[in-house]
Design a protein around this ligand. Structure first.
Ligand SMILES: Cc1cc2nc3c(=O)[nH]c(=O)nc-3n(C[C@H](O)[C@H](O)[C@H](O)COP(=O)(O)OP(=O)(O)OC[C@H]3O[C@@H](n4cnc5c(N)ncnc54)[C@H](O)[C@@H]3O)c2cc1C
Length: 462
């Protein structure tokens, strides 16, 4: 007996899953058909397409493989194509996009050679229902049944832009093609999306670029991200220790996290200057002097946090936010030196102001211009982060991407609550949306594939 699998989404997590499946020896005997709902085609990951050559990935070559047990996959692809990068280098985003497109092509060819049907449907999966032993998938084009469904639909697109209120990354192309000549632009947000958005503006003939965010601080600058294994953090060990000692998983995690930071960290984590530009300069100097030694620590913290989040009580989750969110925001979102230098140059070129304010403080006047404090802007680029794509349950039907629904029942859960035929992977799964880097997605997909094959084998024996 072989099984039929449906994957919703054609981005990084779907590609990584398909590639991992195609390399597994069980695949040929256990799976007969894979259907992928991919509205924009297989291999479409919005953050890596149509980007200027100067826009670099936030993670290094060595952690961008689509397959967890083949960490050199991206590096080898670069080398074979004559691109001379080291594993610690940051490549242009568009180059990674090219790699993704080629991978999509190879995956389709591999499935063909294995004799397994791979059907790509250029439609969005709208909803699904779990029947006794099947999952029923609904899209505009009709209904499909499968044995297992994997949801890999990424973040929710934010809707309702206007001509002069744009979102990043959703309106990346519009931002790139618009000239903004003589215009005043306000970028909202100061994390990775806003850094990327500001870099797109650096050569435009604008009269002003300012930045407003709640924290008015950019993330720390990182030298590289190499995927170093944690020394102390280990989710299984933490769960086991908590069980044996009777201490809560939360306390056990906090202890391990602090020990992990102590093992690697070699500098000050505090912000020295209130002025964000001065702080950015200091961070750049520090990285150039090479005294920052924690590159991978925060990513290791986050992947363990994602695995253990479901064991924390509501009170513990709030406590975590209260105590650690500033630290996490600054270091988790750390970005590469070259991007930091370009950001600094752009902000200096436009003599930019960086305000502590959020979108609630902005007013629109009678001429459609935006007002913040005493400044007026012609355009806003909202780069305050993608929203999680909610899966909404009502009477047995799960709706994907329901407008206006903030409740995300999938958060940090391996399977959709109460269901064992539906998996959730990629950025839709994790606690902090933007920073579930490719490395973490591939790790999770490896576990997903093992679990899926185990279930299919058990079903076959029954
Ligand atoms: C600005 C920014 C910069 C980033 N930079 C990096 C980086 O440098 N390095 C790194 O490792 N990570 C980076 N990330 C994170 C990384 O891009 C994401 O973690 C990754 O793209 C998530 O993969 P995904 O497959 O879950 O989502 P995506 O890659 O977004 O793919 C989701 C796919 O699902 C499709 N889809 C949506 N709805 C439906 C539906 N209902 N049915 C079917 N298909 C649907 C979409 O069209 C899309 O193709 C960045 C993220 C952002 C926002």
């Amino acid at each position: 007996m072989t099984m039929k699998l449906v994957i919703a989404g054609g981005g990084i997590s779907a590609l990584s899953l398909l590639k991992t499946l195609s390399l597994a020896s069980e695949m040929k005997t256990l799976i007969s058909e894979v259907v992928v709902y991919a509205p924009y085609g297989l291999g479409y990951a919005p953050n890596f397409f149509n980007q200027p050559q100067s826009s670099l990935c936030n993670t290094s070559v060595g952690v961008m493989s689509l397959v967890h047990h083949l960490p050199d996959q991206y590096y080898n692809w670069l080398t074979n194509n004559g691109f001379l990068y080291e594993v610690s280098d940051f490549t242009p985003r568009s180059l990674y996009g090219r790699f993704l497109r080629e991978e999509a092509f190879h995956i389709i060819k591999t499935f063909k050679s294995l004799g397994i049907s791979l059907v790509i449907i250029n439609e969005a999966l709208a909803s699904f229902e779990c029947l006794d032993d099947k999952v029923q998938c609904f899209s505009q084009g009709g209904i499909r049944q499968c044995d297992y469904l994997v949801i890999a639909t990424g973040h929710q697109d934010r809707v309702s832009p206007t001509n002069n209120y744009l979102f990043y990354p959703e309106h990346q192309e519009q931002i790139m093609t618009a000239s903004f000549e003589e215009q005043r632009v306000l970028v909202l947000g100061s994390r990775l999306s806003s850094v990327d958005a500001i870099l797109l503006l650096k050569n435009k003939p604008m009269s002003q670029v300012d930045v407003a965010s709640r924290s008015a601080n950019f993330p720390a600058v990182r030298k590289k991200l190499l995927g170093t294994e944690p020394k102390v953090l280990n989710a299984d060990q933490i769960l086991n220790d908590a069980r044996c000692s009777g201490v809560s998983v939360y306390m056990q995690f906090i202890q391990a996290m602090n020990e992990e930071v102590d093992c690697y960290f070699d500098g000050t984590i505090n912000i020295t200057y209130e002025d964000p530009l001065k702080q950015l300069n200091l961070d750049i100097e520090n990285v150039i002097k090479d005294n920052v030694g924690w590159e991978d620590t925060l990513d290791n913290i986050m992947s363990n946090l994602n695995s253990l989040w479901c064991y924390f009580s509501e009170g513990e989750r709030s406590l975590f936010h209260e105590q650690y969110s500033d630290f996490i925001k600054r270091y988790l979102y750390a970005f590469p030196l070259k991007n930091a230098q370009q950001l600094k140059d752009t902000l200096e070129k436009f003599n930019s102001s960086i305000f502590a304010a959020d979108s609630n403080h902005i007013y629109v006047d009678n001429h459609g211009q935006f007002l913040l404090n005493s400044s007026t802007y012609d355009y806003i680029i909202d780069a305050t982060g993608c929203h999680k794509m909610p899966i909404f349950q009502q009477e047995g039907t799960y709706t994907i991407n329901k407008p206006g629904c903030d409740d995300n029942i999938t958060q940090t859960k391996f399977n959709v609550q109460g269901q064992n035929k539906v998996y959730v992977t990629g950025s839709i799964r994790t606690y902090l949306p933007v920073v579930n880097y490719v490395k973490e997605i591939t790790h999770f997909n490896q576990e997903l594939v093992l679990d899926l094959f185990k279930k299919i084998k058990n079903t076959c024996i029954v």
